[in-house]
Design a protein around this ligand. Structure first.
Ligand SMILES: Nc1ncnc2c1ncn2[C@@H]1O[C@H](COP(=O)(O)OP(=O)(O)OP(=O)(O)O)[C@@H](O)[C@H]1O
Length: 288
C-alpha cells in the first residue's frame, strides 16, 4: 500500500481559453509542492495570472480538472468554499482586494464569511496582523494606508483564512528595497510555519534568493523543479525570455576565471559576494 499523499492542489490536463481567445492552456499538469516556497516565472502574457486564478478557483478549467488533495473540485458553493479555505490568491493590486473601511474589518471579512464564531474571527485577525507586522494599523482606514501597507493588509486578509497554499501575484512589485526585504521575511516565516507559498515574479534574482522551487512558463510548456536547476538551464531561460540571475552570472564568470572552485557555492547576493571576496583574498588566484 502506498503512503504517498496526493498534492494539496493540482491541475490535471487542464485547458483554459478566455472568451473568443486562443487557448492559454491546453492540457497543462501542475502540482503545487507542499510546504515549499515556489516562484512562478514567465514573460508578460505567458499565463501566470491565469494559472494562479485557475488554482484558486477564480477561473474555471474548460477541460481537465482542478483537484484538492486528489479530489476533483466542483465549482459549486460547497466546492469553492472548500477551495478557498485551502488556497488563497492575493492579487497584484491591493486596491482590487481591499474594500472595507478599516484594516481590521477587511482582514476579518473572509473568516466572518465562513461563519466562524466571533472569538475565532478575532483570533485569526490578530494572528494575521501580527504575521504581517501591521497590528498597529488595525483601526486605520484602508484608503489612508501607503501602497506597501495596503499590500500587507491585502496579504493579511488571505492569511486570516489560514490557507495551506498562499498564492501571490507579484507581491514585491512597487515596494522599495526595504519593503521587499520585509515582505520576503514575512513570506519566509509563513513557509517555515507550514504554509506553501507560491509567488509570481519577474525578478529572477529575488526568485533565486527566496524560492526553493520554480515553475517556468514558456511557449514550450510549463517546467517545474528546484530553482537552482531551472534557472541554470540556458535553453529554458531563452524560451521563457528570462535573464540569467545575477548570482549565477557572477558565479559562472568567477569559475571561468579560475577564481571559484567548482565545489564552492557561488554568491547569490552582493553581501555574499563581499563575504566571498573577503575570505577568497589571497587564497584563489586567477589561472593562466
Ligand atoms: N480577461 C482576459 N480576457 C481575454 N484575454 C485575456 C484576459 N486576461 C488575460 N488574457 C490573455 O491571456 C494570456 C495570458 O495572460 P496572463 O495575464 O495570464 O499572463 P501573465 O503571465 O500573468 O502576464 P503579465 O506578466 O503581463 O502579468 C495573454 O495572452 C492575455 O492577453
Amino acid at each position: 500500500m502506498s503512503s504517498v499523499q496526493p498534492p494539496v492542489v493540482q491541475l490535471v490536463q487542464a485547458g483554459f481559453a478566455y472568451e473568443d481567445g486562443p487557448p492559454v492552456f491546453d492540457g497543462i499538469d501542475f502540482a503545487v509542492p507542499e510546504g515549499r516556497a515556489m516562484a512562478l516565472l514567465g514573460r508578460n502574457g505567458s499565463g501566470k495570472t491565469t494559472l494562479m486564478r485557475l488554482l484558486s478557483g477564480g477561473l474555471q478549467c474548460r477541460s481537465g480538472a482542478l483537484r484538492l488533495a486528489g479530489e476533483e473540485v466542483a465549482y459549486d458553493r460547497r466546492g469553492l468554499t472548500r477551495l478557498r479555505t485551502t488556497v488563497q490568491l492575493v492579487l497584484q493590486d491591493p486596491d482590487d482586494q481591499l474594500f472595507a473601511a478599516s484594516v481590521g474589518q477587511d482582514v476579518s471579512f473572509g473568516p466572518l464569511n465562513l461563519g466562524l464564531p466571533e472569538d475565532e474571527v478575532r483570533l485569526r485577525v490578530r494572528e494575521a496582523l501580527e504575521a504581517l507586522d501591521i497590528t498597529a494599523l488595525e483601526d486605520r482606514p484602508t484608503h489612508l494606508l501607503s501602497y506597501g501597507q495596503r499590500k500587507r493588509a491585502a496579504i493579511a486578509g488571505a492569511v486570516a483564512m489560514r490557507p495551506r497554499v498562499l498564492i501571490l501575484d507579484e507581491p514585491t512589485a512597487g515596494l522599495d528595497p526595504h519593503g521587499q526585504e520585509r515582505l520576503l521575511e514575512v513570506l519566509g516565516r509563513l513557509r517555515d510555519t507550514g504554509t506553501t507559498v507560491v509567488m509570481a515574479t519577474h525578478d529572477v534574482d529575488l526568485a533565486l534568493r527566496w524560492a526553493d522551487d520554480a515553475a517556468v512558463l514558456s511557449p514550450t510548456g510549463l517546467r517545474t523543479g528546484p530553482i537552482e536547476e531551472l534557472l541554470a538551464d540556458d535553453a529554458l531561460l531563452a524560451a521563457a525570455r528570462l535573464r540569467r540571475p545575477w548570482g549565477m552570472a557572477v558565479t559562472r564568470l568567477l569559475r571561468e576565471q579560475g577564481l571559484l572552485p567548482e565545489d564552492v557555492p557561488g554568491p547569490r547576493t552582493a553581501e555574499e559576494l563581499d563575504a566571498w571576496a573577503e575570505t577568497a583574498q589571497g587564497t584563489h588566484r586567477p589561472t593562466g
